[in-house]
Design a protein around this ligand. Structure first.
Ligand SMILES: NC(=O)c1ccc[n+]([C@@H]2O[C@H](COP(=O)([O-])OP(=O)(O)OC[C@H]3O[C@@H](n4cnc5c(N)ncnc54)[C@H](OP(=O)(O)O)[C@@H]3O)[C@@H](O)[C@H]2O)c1
Ligand SMILES: *[C@@H]1O[C@H](CO)[C@@H](O)[C@H](O)[C@H]1NC(C)=O
Ligand SMILES: *[C@@H]1O[C@H](CO)[C@@H](O)[C@H](O)[C@H]1NC(C)=O
Length: 296
């Protein structure tokens, strides 16, 4: 009995110790992630400032855009922000079904059959910017279905858009995208990114968000569990591993309003910086008053 108690002591102590070590390591990882800059912090934060000040000019240039995947979580957030900001003169929402939306008259829904997209080429006509938020899951569509949507539909759309007038294509990809990965999801994302790069848009912006934070209507138990676990993490370390859909949407809009490189890949930190509503830019920047409100 005595011996057993003794053993229990060791087990309990060592378990507590292991838990503590893991917790410390996890906290260290998150703190590092949170404090790390993106590859180009200075530039992204400057672009965001620029976007704020060029809003009126951009509006006066009568730009037009299309949104793919506008019935999805990122897509819905994007449409909402576009409707608030009114940056485009015309926005065509291209999708497989009509959805009820209360948006301004500059929006138009176009229902297309992605399996016969060539028959719907005119949906992409005269639109200079494209936002792609298409995607499905392996669970929902199976492996071939996932590749068909997340890879093929994206490229088929991009090709038609490019042949028309699309100058700037934006893709919501994912953290970890890598064409060499042995896992389907990051590999497919990496492959679609690579294929877009060789299409030579005037500008291509690839976004790699972390876990999207949104109250998803559709049931995805695994994702929901992860989201619940990461909610406190997202609160204390907002830019480390999570991306609210509004942050994702605003990053794409801001970046679309300013000049940028031909091909750019934005990691999660860069997305937060570009959004203008999240942390990630040096303090002094967000504290400084905009140019127009400065006196003298
Ligand atoms: N979930 C995450 O945490 C996470 C993290 C990083 C990156 N991402 C990526 O971010 C992107 C956007 O994610 P999300 O959560 O906003 O996606 P979502 O809510 O699942 O929406 C996907 C969109 O794609 C459309 N779509 C799906 N299958 C289609 C098909 N067969 N034909 C035509 N349209 C189809 C959907 O249309 P319907 O409404 O008609 O189905 C919807 O508009 C995805 O590429 C995803 O992989 C997600
Ligand atoms: C944008 O549209 C407005 C109203 O339709 C027009 O007055 C203006 O000249 C246009 N601007 C450009 C740059 O085409
Ligand atoms: C993929 O593999 C190729 C060839 O081995 C290599 O050159 C490339 O850097 C790798 N790409 C990534 C994203 O890891």
């Amino acid at each position: 009995m005595k011996f057993l108690w003794f053993r229990c002591d060791i087990i309990i102590t060592s378990t507590a110790l292991a838990v503590a070590v893991i917790a410390v390591a996890l906290a260290g990882f998150l703190i590092k992630k949170e404090l790390d800059d993106s590859d180009n912090t200075e530039r992204h934060c400057r672009m965001t400032d620029e976007a704020l000040s060029s809003l009126e000019r951009f509006k006066s240039e009568n730009h037009t855009a299309f949104v793919l995947g506008y019935s999805g979580e990122v897509g819905k957030a994007l449409v909402e922000e576009l409707n608030q900001l009114k940056v485009f003169k015309r926005v065509v929402l291209i999708g497989r079904r009509q959805v009820p939306l209360s948006v301004g008259p500059e929006f138009e829904q176009r229902v297309v059959d992605f399996e016969n997209l060539d028959d719907h080429k005119d949906a992409f006509k005269d639109l200079d910017m494209g936002f792609c938020c298409l995607g499905t899951t392996r669970g929902k569509s199976g492996v071939p279905g996932f590749i068909r949507v997340d890879h093929d539909y994206v490229l088929l759309s991009a090709e038609i858009a490019k042949a028309h007038s699309c100058k700037h294509f934006s893709l919501v990809s994912s953290q970890g995208a890598n064409k060499n990965s042995s896992f389907l999801y990051p590999r497919t994302k990496g492959q679609v990114e690579e294929a877009l790069k060789v299409m030579h848009f005037d500008r291509l912006s690839i976004y790699r968000p972390g876990l999207l934070m949104v109250d998803r209507q559709e049931s995805r138990p695994m994702e929901a569990t992860l989201r619940t676990l990461l909610r406190p993490v997202s609160y204390f370390f907002p830019t480390a591993v999570t991306t609210p859909v509004k942050v994702m949407a605003l990053a794409m809009i801001n970046n679309g309003m300013v000049a940028g490189d031909k091909v750019e890949v934005y990691d999660n930190k860069a997305i937060h910086q570009l959004s203008g509503i999240s942390k990630g830019c040096p303090m002094k920047r967000s504290a400084s008053a905009p140019e127009s409100t400065k006196t003298k």
